[in-house]
Design a protein around this ligand. Sequence first.
Ligand code: DC
Length: 241
Amino acid sequence: MRKIVIAIDGYSSCGKSTTAKAVAAELGYAYIDTGAMYRAVTLYLLERNIAFDDLPRIEQALHDIHIAFKRNRKTGRNELCLDGVIREDEIRQMRISNSVSEVSVIPAVRHTLVRQQQRMGRKRGVVMDGRDIGTTVFPDAEVKVFMTADVVTRAERRQQELAAKDEHVALEDIVENLRKRDHIDSTRAESPLRRAADAVLLDTTHMVIEEQVDFVLERVSASLFSLAALGNDQNGREAVV
Ligand code: DC
């Protein structure tokens, strides 16, 4: 069966990665969490005390850094690997969340990561989640979903995720972090967070994960069906409409 690219963009903590992961598992596709890549660059710069405006050192860092995803055989999860070491837990900490938007506005960072993401998806058969997948990384993605949700609902979900990892953060602090990131992500000059004209909007405020997954899978079926119909038509056979 033909493989496609599924782009899931939207605000932080709307359930993008949980949905994308489940959709990828269902289809046997690769899942790529592009936010994890921006988080990894942030961790790398912080650990080396590289200032976010020190462009020559940032460019050198982008040349040296090695980012990959490794499958954890025990959990089946794809984990972020920075220079050969799994750093999945560290990149999710609040200290990284508080700086990652500043790092992701840097054009050199975006160019490097976008190129790597395009390489990762060149054979298609991927579900990629982020902020600019449907607009910049894969503007030709066959399925594009733009996720949003009420900011307090998003903060509550994030608070639970952090608590599960024993990091206890006040709800107001998370709301503030999300608002700040939303603002920086949507107003930056380089590929800002915005809904692609052909992306379908999904508001997850009152939805559970299963409903979100079903929503995306329905879009995938519709896309595969119309691609097959188009293929039949082009081969001179009867088109299915
Ligand atoms: O999805 P996340 O919250 O882990 O993403 C972390 C940050 O990375 C987010 O605040 C914005 C940035 N990001 C981006 O600019 N472009 C992407 N494709 C993915 C994430």
